[in-house]
Design a protein around this ligand. Structure first.
Ligand code: ZN
Length: 260
């Protein structure tokens, strides 16, 4: 069983009638339902409003993949929680970043880039194209599929060059966007997927569900997770794999910790 935690900001669901009309139980609940339709996946949800944003205790340790949806309250996510999420990704937890979470603290930290893009909220038709048909995230997804209403996200998308481009989208107004991208950070795999504006029923779409379930399987790293990815140990001369003798001037004293 792959253990997935779906994190939702849960702000517009409680403050905007259109959004609460589409997602009366919150977007996180519907996203978890969509992903949980897979027999091999077990889901739980967490929201901004819960203590430690629902990610305290051993929740992250027991998450193989974390799904992140945020928009209006990126700044309210505590830096301590961001640090722990980033560390877990480095250790090997998968991360799926949805729609407006391109500006989340977690994603920006992991990308080390502005992650900015063009946008327009006009209910445009979006056609999502599979540009990497052999990729596991595109398995059983048609060559292209249409979302009748989506928010336009346009290039340039200021993220680092991805490891793989899985989807490219076209919008009715003419813009295009790299809508499905992957990266690896430490031992963790990251997938960004563009669809998911909160005033449209995107997370009820069958193809979107397929993509998200595929993405969970792809992002899951079953290998033993790195315990301390930030560890930077000194290897003393006597422990070098091949025998050597020390020579030349040196900066550090014997046994001294490295600088951070
Ligand atoms: Zn949006």
């Amino acid at each position: 069983m792959i253990r997935v935690t779906v994190w939702g900001e849960n702000v517009h669901e409680t403050t905007n009638e259109i959004v609460s009309g589409i997602y009366p139980e919150g977007m996180h609940t519907q996203i978890a339902r969509l992903i949980g339709a897979d027999d091999g996946i077990i889901t739980r949800t967490a929201t901004l409003q819960q203590p430690e944003h629902g990610l305290g205790g051993d929740v992250l340790e027991k998450s193989d993949v974390l799904v992140w949806w945020g928009h209006a309250a990126h700044g309210e996510v505590s830096d301590a929680v961001v640090d722990r999420v980033v560390d877990r990704v480095w250790q090997g937890m998968g991360l799926i970043v949805l729609h407006s979470a391109h500006f989340s603290k977690v994603f920006k930290r992991l990308m080390g880039a502005p992650c900015a893009l063009k946008w327009r909220e006009a209910g445009e038709r979006e056609r999502v194209w599979v540009v990497n048909p052999g990729h596991p995230i595109a398995r059983d997804v048609p060559p292209s599929f249409v979302l009748e209403n989506e928010e336009m996200y346009g290039e340039p998308f200021s993220v680092p060059e991805p490891m793989e481009t899985v989807f490219v989208s076209w919008y009715q107004g003419g813009e295009v966007f790299r809508s499905g991208l992957t990266w690896k950070r430490g031992a963790g795999k990251i997938f960004y997927f563009q669809p998911g504006h909160e005033t449209y029923p995107t997370y009820f779409d069958a193809n979107v569900g397929k993509v998200l379930r595929n993405a969970v399987h792809w992002a899951h790293n079953p290998a033993a997770h790195l315990r301390d990815p930030s560890d930077a140990p000194n290897v003393p001369v006597g422990e070098a794999p091949e025998p050597i003798s020390e020579r030349g001037p040196k900066l550090h004293k014997e046994g001294e910790k490295g600088f951070r």
